[in-house]
Ligand binder design. Structure first.
Ligand SMILES: C[S@@+](CC[C@H](N)C(=O)[O-])C[C@H]1O[C@@H](n2cnc3c(N)ncnc32)[C@H](O)[C@@H]1O
Length: 411
């Protein structure tokens, strides 16, 4: 069966996360197609996709390929056939994609044609049953995840994806969609937030947890826990957690946020250990070799509106280097052998796709770690790039300081 994973904003991270997850589930697959927006896999067995998508921060939705057609006529014949099988009130949504760059005018023309055909279907079905059409956004041409989720299209209706490539048209049906509102609630709805410390987005926290590749029930430690975002996502994904931070106030914030989380969600491991400590002293409160993975984001340094000069970048990196050397040495004492340590480091965006990286990675490796490549060779393409030092960049257009996601392994 072929399935399409509709990727989040940073395709390399989405694919890396998915690869780790499928390996853990022991699912065999072959890669059919990768673009900036989609990864198509031929999967050898059924998976519970609704369950899977809850565990993925980097996949927006999953759809099942129904057929490949050579023209729109065929596509809509197939759609009519599919709709006939739906019973009761029919909620129908659709999204439209081009896999290659296309002339905007031509794209718009086909988009309008598709819209017209869906309206015709609604008229055609009107005599037989009640049909509600949910139209995609006029700019992005796709239905957003919130709308698919809210309208329960994967449960009581249908969302169809019409995917045009140069020669053929692929029709797929959405089988699972990310619950974006839940992420947003965990980000904005929790009792404590602190924009000054640079909060990691919950989706990225979940991706990093998955990159650590450990079994459910194992222990994840965040020694710079801040307001507890990584710990919160780890708890929701059925891990045990330990957290520490040098700042007392952040410890209170983490405790309050985790308490809120445990009231709101049914957690498999509702107990957690949170304590105040400088990162250099963590081994005083954690037993040797008891941690299965460290997932963390220390400070990324000052937030800049424009790119800082070289001297400033060097100064920030040198401050961070001190913290990181101390951290990696202390982590050696508590982390199990071969366990992963997933971190983000600041990367200054010099130009499009050109970054100034933290210069101290080799010093961290010398302490007794190696950097693990996040993606298998067959999954590295022009759309899913990794850096020359085997890391992945997470950035936003408007930000001068990007995050560099790196997987270290304790040797
Ligand atoms: C960017 S924040 C972490 C944010 C957190 N990952 C989150 O999203 O909630 C960095 C944290 O590192 C802590 N920190 C900085 N230096 C530290 C040190 N030497 N030891 C322990 N914690 C430290 C700060 O107090 C701050 O809370």
């Amino acid at each position: 069966m072929k399935y399409i994973f509709h990727l989040g904003r940073i395709p390399s991270l989405s694919v890396a996360e998915l690869q780790k997850m499928l390996r853990k589930l022991e699912v065999k697959y072959s890669v059919k197609f990768i673009s900036k927006e989609m990864l198509t896999l031929d999967i050898e067995r059924e998976i519970n996709f609704k369950d899977l998508i809850k565990q993925l921060g980097g996949t927006k939705k999953i759809s099942q390929v129904i057929d490949v057609h050579s023209n729109l006529e065929e596509v809509f014949q197939n759609i009519l056939f599919l709709l006939d099988k739906l019973t009761g009130k029919k909620n129908i949504g659709y999204s439209f994609y081009f896999t290659e760059q296309h002339d905007n005018k031509e794209m718009r023309k086909i988009f309008d044609e598709i819209r017209k055909r869906f309206i015709d279907i609604k008229k055609f079905e009107a005599g037989k049953s009640s049909v509600r059409l949910i139209f995609p956004d006029n700019e992005t041409l796709e239905l957003n995840s919130a709308s698919i989720y809210k309208n329960k299209l994967t449960i009581r209706g249908i969302e169809l994806n019409i995917i045009m490539s140069n020669k053929k048209i692929l029709l797929s049906k959405t089988v699972a969609v990310q619950d974006v509102e839940s992420y947003s609630e965990r980000d904005y709805g929790r009792p404590k937030r602190d924009s000054r410390i640079g909060m990691i987005p919950p989706k990225l926290a979940q991706i990093m947890i998955n990159l650590a590749s450990i079994e459910k029930g194992k222990t994840i430690f965040d020694p710079f826990c801040g307001i507890g975002t990584i710990l919160q996502e780890a708890l929701l994904n059925d891990y045990r957690v330990v957290g520490s931070d040098a700042n007392d106030k952040q410890i209170d914030n983490t405790k309050e946020n985790l308490h809120w989380l445990s009231e709101k969600y049914d957690l498999t491991y509702p107990e957690y250990k949170i304590f105040q400590s400088d990162v250099g002293n963590i081994s005083r409160k954690i037993s040797p070799n008891s941690i299965d993975a460290i997932v963390t984001e220390s400070t990324l340094g000052p937030v800049y509106k424009k790119l800082p000069n070289l001297k400033e970048m060097k100064k920030n990196f040198s401050e961070l280097e001190k913290i990181y050397l101390k951290f990696f040495q202390a982590a050696k004492l508590v982390l199990r052998k071969k366990a992963n340590l997933v971190v983000t480091l600041p990367a200054y965006k010099i130009k499009e796709c050109q970054y100034m990286f933290a210069p101290f990675i080799d010093k961290l490796e010398k302490i007794g770690y190696s950097v693990n490549c996040p993606l298998d060779e067959g999954l590295i393409t022009k759309h899913t790039r990794i850096t020359s030092r085997n890391s992945i960049i997470y950035d936003r257009l408007d930000q001068k300081v990007a995050r560099e996601v790196i997987i270290f392994q304790n040797k």
